[in-house]
Design a protein around this ligand. Structure first.
Ligand SMILES: Nc1ncnc2c1ncn2[C@@H]1O[C@H](COP(=O)(O)OP(=O)(O)OP(=O)(O)O)[C@@H](O)[C@H]1O
Length: 429
């Protein structure tokens, strides 16, 4: 089958296929009802300074809560939205610099599958011609050749080639997603971005579609960027996993390493939020607390710090581990207003076992407790944020570290300051 590629230009299995460097996407307008009413709008910082590499033949899973920027990242890689900054190299070619014909021909090598198999198939068209559409657009084969390839691909994705003339409504959700797969494969791509491709399917069907995707990957040497918010789906399909939070990657490691040795508090919280299969244990453990902050005004430093249960102590108070743990718990509960204010003494007993931290930190805690008793929750929150949260290294520097790998051979990156040498030595904890 003619692909138009020069053999020596092709990366070999395991070599970098896609290299994303500092990719950033800001949307100028949040689209809210107040847009434009108050003049200048702050941009929505949907994706900020994201870098990673995908090697030929692998599946990189991309996971994170809804709204963290996964789809925008995928679209910016494919230039379905224009990146604000950063570069994307595909087979060594800078996609962000391509225009017109160059971009069009690269788009053949890079395909995308979306979440909703229903709306991505034109209900008026038969599935054979649907699969043929991209081949037609790229001028591949004559009409007989296209039909032969469409039938062959329908079979490869697990459908009956005899169904070539049926309309999408005759197919189940899983089958429709298989039609999408056949369509994406028709132009012989190297790389497929799969944006929540099985999310809309029943769990029993999900595994079947994922297994088909795996065997197609082996057969055609495909590379996948696989987006999902479901950690068990990601575990099923990925070789390596990237975890995204509020527009940034917080952790990236081989699958086993990530699941067995998670190093970022956000990844740990996500993993602990997976429902426990043991029926004796009710509900979920360690569910993430608080809301995701707005990407219009994300927290400084580590973006997860406002929800992080492991916020690092500010150096200046020289607190013991226990003093800081109590102060941090107090800060979080005040932010969440999770208790009824009574007296200062009762608050201090509750959070500090009657023994406030020494020095300035203790005086600040005392002041905050006084404000709460007076009903001034905002004042107390502001004081604690200013005095503790904002002074933490977590608020002052953007973290980026490589950490030791326990399961696997490739680097493990975790964007958490707890991996700083001085923090590991206990100086700041
Ligand atoms: N065209 C747009 N204009 C303005 N803001 C946008 C636009 N597209 C996305 N956003 C915002 O960018 C952020 C990231 O959205 P995105 O859809 O990439 O997240 P996601 O992780 O894929 O979420 P989901 O899983 O719900 O699709 C969100 O705050 C979203 O509201």
């Amino acid at each position: 089958m003619a692909t138009g590629k020069v053999a020596d230009e092709e990366p070999k299995m395991g070599e970098p296929l896609l290299e994303v460097d500092g990719l950033t996407k800001h949307f100028a307008d949040s689209g809210g009802f107040l847009s434009g009413v108050f003049g200048e709008q702050k941009p929505v910082r949907a994706v900020e300074d994201v870098s990673f590499t995908i090697r030929k033949g692998e599946t990189l899973g991309l996971v994170g809560e809804s709204g963290c920027g996964k789809s925008t990242l995928a679209r910016a890689i494919l230039r379905l939205v224009e990146p604000t900054d950063g570069t994307v190299y595909f087979k060594g070619e800078n996609l962000t610099a391509l225009d017109g014909e160059g971009l069009r021909s690269q788009r053949k090598d890079v395909q995308m599958i979306f979440q909703d198999p229903q709306s991505s198939l034109d209900p008026r068209m038969k599935i054979g011609p649907i699969v043929e559409e991209p081949m037609k657009a790229h001028g591949m084969y004559d009409s007989e050749g296209r039909e032969a390839r469409a039938r062959e691909l329908l079979e490869k994705v697990g459908l009956d080639p005899q169904h070539y003339n049926r309309h999408p409504h005759a197919f189940s959700g899983g089958q429709r997603q298989r039609v999408n797969l056949a369509r994406a494969l028709s132009v012989n791509p190297d790389f497929i971005v799969c944006d929540e491709p099985v999310t809309a399917l029943d769990v029993s069907i999900q595994a079947q579609v994922l297994n088909t995707m795996r065997s197609l990957q082996d057969e055609f040497g495909l590379t996948y960027l696989f987006i999902a918010h479901d950690l068990s789906v990601i575990r099923h399909i990925s070789d390596r996993v990237a975890v995204m939070y509020l527009g940034q990657l917080v952790e990236l490691a081989e699958k086993e390493e990530l699941y067995e040795n998670p190093q970022h508090p956000y990844t740990q919280a996500l993993l602990e939020s997976i429902p426990v299969p043991d029926p004796r244990l009710e509900g979920t453990r360690g569910v993430l607390e608080g809301d995701v902050p707005s990407p219009i005004d994300p927290p400084s430093g580590c973006r997860f710090r406002t929800r992080c249960p492991k916020l690092i102590a500010p150096k200046e108070y020289d607190l013991s581990r226990e003093e800081w743990e109590n102060t941090r718990a107090f800060l979080r509960e005040v932010q969440r207003r999770s208790f009824e204010p009574t007296t200062k003494e009762e608050i201090e007993n509750r959070f500090f076992d009657g023994e406030k931290p020494h020095g300035d930190a203790g005086r600040i805690v005392d002041d905050a407790a006084g404000r709460i008793v007076d009903g001034d929750w905002d004042g107390a929150t502001e004081l604690l944020n200013e005095s503790f949260a904002e002074k933490s290294i977590c608020a002052r520097q953007v973290p980026e570290y490589e950490v030791p790998t326990e399961h696997g051979t490739t680097p493990h990156d975790a964007a958490c300051h707890r991996h700083r040498d001085d923090v590991l030595d206990g100086i700041q904890q």
